[in-house]
Design a protein around this ligand. Sequence first.
Ligand SMILES: [Zn+2]
Length: 512
Amino acid sequence: MFTLRRSLPAIALLLSLISRAQVQPCIDVRTARKNNGAGQGVYDFNNKWTPGTTLQVSFINGTDWQKSEVKQYAPEWSQYANVKFQFLAQGTGDIRVSFDKPGSYSFIGVDAKNRLTTEETMNLGWINTSRTEAQLKSVILHEFGHTLGLLHEHMNPMSNIKWNKPVVYAYYLQYDGWDKDMVDKQVFERYSVNMTNKSYDPKSIMHYPIPASFTLDGYSVGENDDLSDNDKKLIGELYPFNKEFPVENKTTLWSKLQDLNIEYNVTENGQLGMRIKQNFLIYNAQSRKCILAVYFYNADDGKALIDHNGIQASADGKVAAFTTFTPGYQNTQYNNLSVFMPYDELELGNGSFRLKCYVALFDPDLKVITSSGYQYFTFSQGISSKEVKVETKFSDAAQQIEITPIFTIEGAKGITCHAVAYFYDDNGVPLKDLNNLYATRDGTVSSTVDFTPGYPTTVYNNNQADFTINLPYPELHLSKGNYRLEYKVVLFDDKWNKIVSSSLFNFTFTQN
Ligand SMILES: [Zn+2]
């Protein structure tokens, strides 16, 4: 365990290691987001640009060499994403890069549009000749990843990094502009959903380097200096390459999809849901009745959501929403043609679900004209937690079992929940309580702790604020001998509805 005496030399050692490794704390800049705070809905969404976009990049200042480094490395993203960067020699771009501010940071995706056009949307404070090419490439790819909408991978809710917080605070507080709150927000906080939309990827260019001394268990992440396989896959899913469209075609019906906007947590006809709004140009479709449809998938396994009640479904029984439209002109521009999807019709139970949807246009013969890339989002309703792990200590000094549950709980901010540990013999038969001190109502040996999550998504991962479930050895009520026992931890909401259960764990116990 961590003690103060051991921590002091650890910090000194760490600082010298870091100055060589050049850990680069990058700040991601997020503008305020809507969060309705209700028990149901979508809390976060990607900030991506429309696939196929060419983003104009201008430089507010910088030397020719600094600019040439950016031009050399940033376009690597375009090999895997259907988005291009066009570097302007003069004028004001969508992305405006400065080099003269302290640190490195970037606005996330389309948040850059909210920035005054006279101000930078990205600062690259470390582009100088004291860095290796690999380090320059690393920071440029990382910041342009933010520009495309990617977030910090170490803040992936699934990362479960056991930070040694005093050491990490001490390290980051030496940087200008960093205070405790900044460290909380940029390092320790988890995104309220997995906005990276994939499992945790320690090789991601979007991950901070983590020296082993930053963690309680020696976990570390090196200085990633190129796109990982998952980075390439994810950015390709967010910005898929479109099929080829005919450029000059006077007879066939075709369409060019433009901006897609989704409004979450809106009400229509008394139902809570999401409104998908698509801009597009459609050619050669005058007076022909076409269809705009939206299909919904589970983003974890790629499977279509299945309709059970026939209310919002495609012909083949998948969850879908659609509307028809009949263009009035040979070439018709549609702005915000919208489709509403009630959340109830996603037909998902309680929990948190990572979903994706895409838009497709059909001609009057139900042939696909074109389809969009996926839009990712997370839908939650009720209180949910996917998995409970445990760390368990047998404290002979305190004569008790100390179980630390490790889990992420969503939708339970301010709600008093219960964590219960149950104990069984090795045949799975509940141990019988004898004195009604540590027991369930039906007399099984157990121990209960109440906890009240402080955030919409709260991570309990054995850091300082977390709790343990203790059971004094005598409360097992065992006579002398050696036992193989089992236990599990179950989380309940305030009304004692089960949220999630851990698996069963074994241990051996000797009663003297
Ligand atoms: Zn960053």
